[in-house]
Every structure is written in C-alpha cells, then in structure tokens.
Design a protein around this ligand. Structure first.
Ligand code: AMP
Length: 110
C-alpha cells in the first residue's frame, strides 16, 4: 500500500533500525513507547488488521519474532497485544503486534 507508513518502514522507504527482520516480518521500536520496552512486529505484506490475515503461519511467525526480539533485548516479562479496530485502540491500519515490557502492568487494560 503506497500510503501506508508501516509498508514504507518494512520496505526501507522510511529508515528504521530493525531489532529483528527476515523475509516475512520486521521488528522495530515504537515511536511513542508506552513502556520502557515497546517493540512493534509487522508483516512485510500489508494486512489492514488481524481479521484480514488468513495466513496462520505468518501470524504465528509474528509471535516467534516477538519472542526473539524480547530475547535480544533481555526482557523476560512482557505483554503481546494486537489492537484490532478503532474501539480497541488500533490507529495504524497495517497489522502489528505490540511487545511491551520493562514495567509492571495492570490487568484488565484501560
Ligand atoms: P495501534 O494504536 O495499536 O494501531 O499502534 C500503532 C503504533 O504505531 C502506536 O503505538 C504508534 O506509536 C506507532 N507508530 C506510529 N508511527 C510510527 C513510526 N513511524 N515508527 C514507529 N512507531 C510508530
């Protein structure tokens, strides 16, 4: 998608340091971190949200990539979140998995 910011990041059009990358996903630091560690894992291929992502292997791979990014950053306790739809807090409509860690977190989320 030509006007999608995460497509531009995945494609290298917007420079980012990747904490993990392979042929299917990239992981990078969130621009507005909500925790001491806040990483986003995105597929290189564009999906509006998790609802459009039919590729179960890809979705599973996103979680594996998040685990690898956490290991790289030596974060042992973390939360993985996929906001889906505006009511759930999704603001960028390219599927992404949040990895949040480095502080205590409340449950349920606000
Ligand atoms: P969500 O609200 O679940 O859609 O999450 C979107 C996330 O993308 C937010 O946490 C933003 O801070 C983050 N974000 C938006 N633009 C960028 C960017 N250029 N680089 C890194 N993170 C970004």
């Amino acid at each position: 998608m030509s006007n999608c910011i995460f497509c531009k990041i995945a494609g290298g059009e917007i420079p980012k340091e990747f904490l993990f990358e392979d042929d299917r996903v990239v992981a990078f630091k969130d621009l507005h971190p909500q925790a001491p560690v806040h990483i986003l894992v995105i597929p290189r291929e564009h999906y509006h949200s998790i609802k459009e992502a039919q590729d179960e292997a890809l979705v599973g791979h996103m979680f594996t990539a998040a685990k690898k990014a956490a290991e790289k950053l030596a974060v042992t306790d973390y939360r993985l979140v996929i906001n889906t739809g505006p009511q759930a807090g999704q603001s960028v409509f390219h599927l992404h998995l949040h990895l949040l860690g480095g502080r205590f977190m409340a449950w349920p989320p606000g």
